[in-house]
Design a protein around this ligand. Structure first.
Ligand code: IMP
Length: 183
């Protein structure tokens, strides 16, 4: 759906579908250069990364494998604690593999930091991160994504896989959610 299908729910459109697709093509081109001659396993984190994974993978003009994990982080309310439980593990053995974790957004980076050390313990050749969005707090964390689509302000955004209460994931653009929706 488009932002016009949810009139008044977004205070602004942060990124249009065209901007997102254009940036993903740039990231894909860089990945092709960096991983020339090496197999890639893209690992997506459900559910937010579904759209990024689909479009990043299709922007790559080469073979890639894809696998998925589902994790839940224990936290109080909206605060992520970094303590994580695996709900669905990978089907793929990571031994010797070049892994790129595909993320929608890095906020505190706590969940991702746990995930990266978990994946590194499985004997991969390399683990890197590609995220479409990064919020300011992520800059203070140890998590260092190799590929970042956009650095965005610290506001709650929805669309393109990102939800509020499981809604707005199918919005084509990314927008800032209006306070009246969640208050
Ligand atoms: P972190 O552990 O704080 O980095 O949490 C990252 C996760 O929080 C993301 O994968 C999203 O599911 C969620 N999240 C963080 N910021 C937003 C936002 O602005 N909109 C929607 N979900 C968000």
């Amino acid at each position: 759906m488009e932002h016009t299908d949810v009139p008044g729910d977004l205070t602004e459109t942060l990124l249009t579908e065209q901007q997102i697709q254009g940036r993903l093509r740039e990231l894909a081109a860089q990945i092709e250069i960096d991983y020339a001659g090496r197999d890639i396993l893209l690992v997506g984190v459900l559910k937010g990364a579904v759209m990024v994974m689909a479009d990043l993978a299709r922007s790559l003009d080469r073979h890639v494998e894809m696998d998925w994990m589902a994790i839940s982080s224990y936290g109080s309310g909206t605060t992520s604690s970094g303590v994580v439980r695996i709900l669905k593990d990978l089907d793929t053995d990571l031994t010797g593999r070049h892994v790129i974790v595909v993320e929608d957004i890095i906020d505190t980076g706590l969940t991702l930091s746990w995930l990266i050390s978990n994946l590194r313990s499985r004997g991969p050749a390399s683990v890197e991160i590609a995220t479409l969005l990064r919020k300011p707090d992520a800059l203070q964390m140890r998590v260092e994504p190799k590929y970042v689509g956009f650095d965005i302000p610290d506001a709650f955004v929805v669309g393109y896989g990102l939800d509020f209460d499981e809604r707005y994931r199918n919005l084509r653009c990314i927008g800032t959610l209006s306070p009246h929706v969640y208050s």
